[in-house]
Design a protein around this ligand. Structure first.
Ligand SMILES: Cc1cc2nc3c(=O)[nH]c(=O)nc-3n(C[C@H](O)[C@H](O)[C@H](O)COP(=O)(O)OP(=O)(O)OC[C@H]3O[C@@H](n4cnc5c(N)ncnc54)[C@H](O)[C@@H]3O)c2cc1C
Ligand SMILES: NC(=O)C1=CN([C@@H]2O[C@H](COP(=O)(O)OP(=O)(O)OC[C@H]3O[C@@H](n4cnc5c(N)ncnc54)[C@H](OP(=O)(O)O)[C@@H]3O)[C@@H](O)[C@H]2O)C=CC1
Ligand SMILES: O=C(O)C(=O)Cc1c[nH]c2ccccc12
Length: 411
């Protein structure tokens, strides 16, 4: 057996067991990095595992080029390190990744990469977590790859709300002649110049990809199958999110939602004539309760109004040259982009615990969902983005540090 702490030693060969002196953190995105940094700041070593070959793989490997943070910077900074002064109100993806790399380096967090966690189970007899990780570099599938078992007293789940892509099944999908890809593979619209592109989904990804396709002279149609909240990203030069956070200091959430919807109507006009209906619930209510993020419009609505983005209803089935819609119309397409979202993967690998729901979120709602039983913790499942990540990371690190202090003082 090998002992490990935050050292950067590569994982041992197949079937080896690694005793972790401190917490095992699964995920090296903003969540895993921030909890590891907070732990190290309290003198608690940990091992951070990630299936990818880099930190923040969602941001580095699975997002498009023009992406920016869409909440004001002060809501996206990780504990203990503000963004550089020269960063804009909405940092670019490159700036955010540079910040994360600097954050990890300054905190001395060195994740073990290419470690895809396939199972984690609490050994009640030993009072320890047994976390099995497959070598993600292995040529064959994860199931038969070399694996390492990490054993430790604490397990921190930081694999994110957006760990896996949602790829819906459609009738006739096999008949469609053009390429079908998920938005996590999309980088920019250059490859689609002059093409008719059917974008499935009208969340922030769907809207911004359609905008990007327009900027590259492609011809996007966007599927809007249900109601969706669209808010202006700013109003009078002030971030709508900042207005919401300010109002929440004095007003109940339902009233803040009502104000946001009223202001959105004033700023954006009647969206129903564009084919966009608002849900019955409020934007913040739906985000907090079901993780349905309102669209923060950065220009797609204007392209819908100008006819550069066609809004179409849900898909009934695909055919060779496009899709038949639920209203009987047909839309021609040369390519399809599934901007159909993501989901948590925790239920796929966390075994024997009912702390997470089948949807992969803590059963206990915010703000108490960060602490489970038997040394189990979660970071980044608050449906509150990076500000929720930071809030969890500080609480988890503080709680473990108290236990760590007890453990080390009794030696
Ligand atoms: C396109 C997009 C834009 C966003 N923009 C914003 C924004 O502007 N502001 C905001 O506040 N939030 C935003 N979010 C929300 C997003 O969740 C946070 O920005 C942030 O990425 C959350 O960090 P995280 O560490 O919890 O999860 P992630 O960033 O998803 O990181 C999770 C890590 O866990 C690893 N992992 C997953 N499963 C396993 C496994 N089984 N074994 C090993 N490793 C594993 C992954 O490789 C990944 O590196 C955005 C999300 C998306 C998808
Ligand atoms: N910083 C930024 O600028 C950006 C941030 N983000 C964030 O990333 C996260 C993920 O966003 P996003 O990728 O847009 O995913 P979302 O989950 O927000 O949206 C998925 C969309 O796909 C639709 N959809 C799903 N299945 C189907 C189907 N079978 N037929 C038709 N439509 C379907 C959904 O419709 P329905 O509502 O009917 O289910 C919804 O409109 C969010 O938290 C978002 O805020 C994303 C892009 C940019
Ligand atoms: O964009 C995301 O995924 C986020 O989680 C950021 C976010 C948290 N709360 C919100 C409320 C409205 C719009 C975006 C967010």
């Amino acid at each position: 057996m090998e002992a490990a702490d935050a050292s950067s030693a590569p994982p041992p060969a197949e079937g080896r067991v690694v005793w972790v002196n401190g917490p095992i953190v699964v995920g090296a995105g903003p969540g895993g990095l921030s909890v590891a940094a907070c732990l190290r700041a309290r003198g608690v070593p940990c091992v951070v595992l990630d299936r990818a070959d880099c930190i923040a793989s969602l941001w580095q490997r699975r997002t498009y080029d023009r992406l920016r943070l869409h909440l004001p910077r002060q809501f996206c900074e990780l504990p203990g390190m503000p963004f550089p002064d020269h960063y804009p109100e909405y940092p670019t993806k490159r700036q955010f990744v540079d910040y994360l790399q600097a954050y990890a380096e300054r905190a001395g967090v060195q994740p073990r990469f290419n470690q895809a966690v396939t199972s984690a189970r609490y050994d009640r007899a030993a009072g320890l977590w047994r976390v099995r990780a497959a070598d993600a570099l292995a040529d064959d599938d994860v199931a038969s790859a070399a694996s390492t078992e990490y054993i430790g007293r604490w397990l921190v789940v930081a694999t994110g709300e957006n760990a896996e892509r949602i790829v819906p099944e459609f009738d006739g999908a096999q008949d469609f002649a053009g390429p079908v890809s998920h938005v996590s593979e999309y980088k920019c619209g250059e490859a689609y110049r002059g093409k008719r592109v059917l974008v499935v989904g009208c969340g922030n990804s769907g809207m911004e990809v359609c905008l990007d396709l327009c900027d590259h002279n492609a011809l996007p149609s966007m599927v809007v199958r249900d109601a969706v909240h669209v808010l202006p990203r700013e109003m009078f030069g002030v971030a709508t999110f900042s207005v919401a956070v300010f109002l929440l200091r004095f007003l109940p959430l339902w009233l803040v939602d009502a104000v946001l919807v009223l202001l959105a109507r004033l700023f954006l006009g009647d969206l129903e004539k564009l084919g966009i209906r608002r849900p019955a619930g409020g934007p913040l209510e739906l985000k907090n309760a079901r993780g349905r993020t309102p669209v923060l419009d950065i220009g797609a609505l204007a392209r819908i109004r100008s006819g550069h983005i066609q809004v179409v209803p849900g898909i009934k089935r695909f055919f060779r040259g496009g899709a038949e819609l639920v209203d009987g119309r047909r839309v021609a397409a040369d390519a399809v982009i599934l901007a159909t979202g993501y989901h948590s993967n925790v239920p796929q690998w966390l075994k024997g615990s009912d702390f997470f729901t089948q949807e992969g979120y803590p059963r206990v709602p915010f703000p108490h969902g960060w602490k489970g039983e038997s040394g189990l913790y979660s970071v980044g499942f608050t449906r509150r983005g990076l500000s929720g990540v930071s809030s969890d990371a500080v609480k988890v690190a503080q709680d473990i540090a108290v236990e760590w202090e007890k453990q080390t003082s009794t030696r």
